[in-house]
Design a protein around this ligand. Structure first.
Ligand SMILES: [Cu+2]
Length: 562
C-alpha cells in the first residue's frame, strides 16, 4: 500500500471520526488486506476466530492518523498495532516476513521459546531482513498464553511495529469465559525516537516538567519538619537528580494508546451483564509503565507472562514494559466501566471502555498523585545522610561517569507494589502474590550465581550493567544444561524491566517449587532480587532492559549458551 493512496487532511480526519465513532478501526492504516490471505484486519483488540499456522507479514511504511497530524509508521500488513496472531500449542508455525522498508527490519517473538536462529535479533540470531527481502521463521510452538512480537531493528518498535500473539493451549483453557479481548498498551509520539534520545542526552529531565518547587518545600516541611526536608533536598541536589524524575519520557510528548487508540477515541469492548470477560493486557510501550484498574470491577489475575498463576483478585496492578497479565472480570450491572491505565509518573493515561451498549461510557477517574522517589529507591533506606553511607558491597561496580550511585542496602521489594501504589486504599498486585499452578520442571539447585548491578548516570543518560555499556562488556557465558541463579541489584533510581530471550526466568519470590515463571522481570529501584535459569537451549540470546532507550544506550548483554 502506498502512502499516497490514503486519504489525507480534512477528509482523513472526518473519516477517522466516523470510524472511531463506530468503534471499528484504530487507524486509517488498518485497511482490508486486499491480496493477502492472512491475517485479516479485525477491529482492534479482537482475537481472530481461529488459530493459523502460516502467516504472510509485510512490513511497510504506512500513513497513520493516531494524532491530529498525519504520520508515517512501520506497520505489519498496513496495521498499527500489527495484527493479532493466534497460534495453537503443538503446531509448527511458518511466518513469512517481507520487508518493503528502505532499511533493515526484523521480528522478535517476545517470550516465545524457539531455536536461537528464529529469535529475530539482528547480529545475534541472524543477519536481519534487508530492504526488499523476505525471511521465513518456522518453529514448533511449545507453550500457550498471551505474548507479543516486535521489531528488534533500529527504533521501529518505538514507532509502532508491535502486535499481540495469542496461543491456545493444547489441552484446552484452564478457565471458562465468554469473551476474550487483547488490551495492548503503547506510547506514541510525534517526535522521532532518535530525537527523543538526543533530547534526553542533552538534558536528562527534558520531558520532566514537574520539578519540586519552593512551595512544595514548605508544604513538606510542615509535614516532616524543616530540617528533615532540607536535608532530603540537599541530598537530592548533591546527587544531581530530581526526586520527581519517575519516567524519562512523559506525557509532555507521549500520547498513551490502548489497542492503538488515544484516550479520546476510547477503545470499546462489549459484554452482556453476567458474562465473564478475559482481558489480555500487554505492555508494548517503548518507555512507559502503567497502573491498571477498572473502577467498580475487581480483576482476577490468572496469567503472568503467558504462564498460569493461582488466581489473585485485585483492584489494581502495575505492568512493566514488555510484561503481560491476563485477568478475568465479571461485570454484572448494566453499566459501562472505564479500563484506566494511568502512567507510573501520572502525566497521562490510556483508557478504554467495557460496556453492554456501544456508545455508553463511564467516568474517567482523576489520576493519583505522582510518586516521589525516596531514599528507599536509592537503596539507602536505613541511612540518615550521605556522610553516614556505609561502604558499598565488595562486588559493587565503582562509582564513575557510567555509574552514579551504589545501592548500599538493596532490599527485597517483591512484596512492594511499587512507587505510587502503596497504601492507596486498593488491593494492588505484587510479585510476591504470583504463584505458579504447576511445579517448576527443573528442581536442581543452581550451581552458581551471576550477580549484575543495574547502573546508570541519569544526568548523562548512560545505562548499563555493572557500570559498563554493551560495547565495553563481555558476553555472559552459560554451559548448555546448567542451572544458574541471576541476582539483580538495582543501583539506579528507576524500575528496569529486565528481559532474557529464549530461556525462562523463574522468579525467586518465596513460592518454592511454585515460583512464577516469567520472561520479563521488573527490578525496582534500590532492590535486590533473584531468579533461576535453566540453560536448556543453545545459542546467542539477548539480555536487556526493555525500556527501549535504556537498551539502546547500553543496558544490554549477550548471553551465550554453549
Ligand atoms: Cu532500564
Amino acid at each position: 500500500m502506498s502512502v499516497s493512496s490514503l486519504p489525507t487532511g480534512r477528509a482523513a480526519i472526518s473519516r477517522r471520526r466516523l470510524l472511531a465513532g463506530a468503534g471499528a478501526l484504530a487507524t486509517l492504516a488498518c485497511l482490508p488486506p486486499a491480496a493477502r490471505a492472512t491475517p485479516t484486519c479485525l477491529p482492534p483488540g479482537q482475537i481472530p476466530p481461529k488459530p493459523q499456522d502460516v502467516f504472510d507479514l509485510t512490513i511497510e511504511r504506512t500513513g497513520v492518523h493516531i494524532l491530529p497530524q498525519p504520520q508515517h509508521a512501520p506497520s505489519v500488513n498496513g496495521q498499527v498495532p500489527a495484527p493479532i496472531l493466534r497460534w495453537r500449542e503443538g503446531d509448527t508455525v511458518t511466518l513469512n516476513v517481507h520487508n518493503t522498508l528502505d532499511e533493515d527490519t526484523s521480528i522478535h517473538w517476545h517470550g516465545i521459546r524457539c531455536p536461537a536462529d528464529m529469535d529475530g535479533v539482528p547480529g545475534l540470531s541472524f543477519g536481519g531482513i534487508p530492504p526488499g527481502q523476505s525471511f521465513t521463521y518456522r518453529f514448533p510452538v511449545k507453550q500457550s498464553g498471551t505474548y507479543w512480537y516486535h521489531s528488534h531493528s533500529n527504533m521501529q518498535e518505538a514507532m509502532g511495529l508491535y502486535g499481540a500473539i495469542i496461543i491456545d493451549p493444547a489441552g484446552g483453557e484452564t478457565h471458562q469465559y465468554d469473551r476474550d479481548y487483547v488490551i495492548l498498551l503503547s506510547d506514541w509520539s510525534a517526535t522521532h525516537p532518535d530525537r527523543i534520545v538526543h533530547n534526553l542526552k542533552f538534558q536528562d529531565d527534558y520531558y520532566n516538567f514537574r520539578q519540586r518547587t519552593v512551595a512544595s518545600f514548605f508544604k513538606d516541611a510542615r509535614r516532616d519538619g524543616a530540617m528533615a526536608v532540607l536535608r532530603d533536598r540537599l541530598q537530592w541536589a548533591g546527587m544531581n537528580m530530581a526526586a520527581t524524575d519517575i519516567s524519562d519520557v512523559t506525557g509532555a510528548t507521549y500520547t498513551y494508546l490502548m489497542n492503538g487508540q488515544p484516550p479520546t477515541a476510547n477503545w470499546t469492548g462489549l459484554f452482556k451483564p453476567g458474562e465473564t470477560v478475559r482481558l489480555r493486557f500487554i505492555n508494548a510501550s517503548a518507555m512507559t509503565f502503567y497502573d491498571i484498574r477498572i473502577p467498580g470491577l475487581q480483576m482476577r489475575v490468572i496469567q503472568s507472562d503467558g504462564q498460569d498463576v493461582e488466581p489473585v483478585t485485585v483492584d489494581e496492578f502495575r505492568i512493566g514494559v514488555a510484561e503481560t497479565y491476563d485477568c478475568l472480570v465479571q461485570p454484572t450491572a448494566n453499566q459501562a466501566y472505564t479500563v484506566f491505565a494511568q502512567t507510573e509518573d501520572r502525566t497521562g493515561y490510556a483508557r478504554g471502555t467495557l460496556t453492554p451498549h456501544a456508545g455508553m461510557t463511564a467516568p474517567i477517574p482523576p489520576m493519583d498523585p505522582r510518586p516521589v522517589r525516596t531514599m528507599l529507591d536509592m537503596g539507602m533506606a536505613m541511612t540518615h545522610g550521605m556522610k553516614d553511607m556505609p561502604g558499598p558491597a565488595h562486588d559493587a561496580p565503582p562509582l564513575n561517569v557510567e555509574n552514579q550511585n551504589v545501592a548500599a542496602m538493596p532490599v527485597n521489594r517483591l512484596a512492594d507494589p511499587g512507587d505510587g501504589l502503596r497504601n492507596n486504599g486498593r488491593r494492588v498486585l505484587t510479585y510476591a502474590d504470583l504463584r505458579a499452578t504447576r511445579p517448576i520442571a527443573d528442581t536442581r539447585s543452581p550451581s552458581r550465581a551471576i550477580t549484575l548491578h543495574l547502573t546508570g548516570n541519569m544526568e548523562r543518560y548512560i545505562w548499563g550493567f555493572d557500570g559498563k555499556k554493551f560495547s565495553e562488556a563481555e558476553p555472559i557465558p552459560l554451559r548448555l544444561g546448567e542451572r544458574v541463579r541471576f541476582v539483580l541489584i538495582n543501583d539506579t533510581m528507576m524500575e528496569h524491566p529486565i528481559h532474557l530471550h529464549g530461556l525462562w526466568s523463574e522468579l525467586e519470590n518465596g513460592q518454592g517449587l511454585y515460583n512464577p515463571v516469567k520472561h520479563t522481570i521488573i527490578s525496582q529501584p534500590g532492590s535486590r532480587l533473584s531468579y533461576l535459569v535453566s540453560a536448556d537451549t543453545p545459542g546467542l540470546w539477548a539480555f536487556h532492559c526493555h525500556l527501549l532507550y535504556h537498551m539502546d544506550l547500553g543496558m544490554f548483554r549477550t548471553v551465550v549458551v554453549s
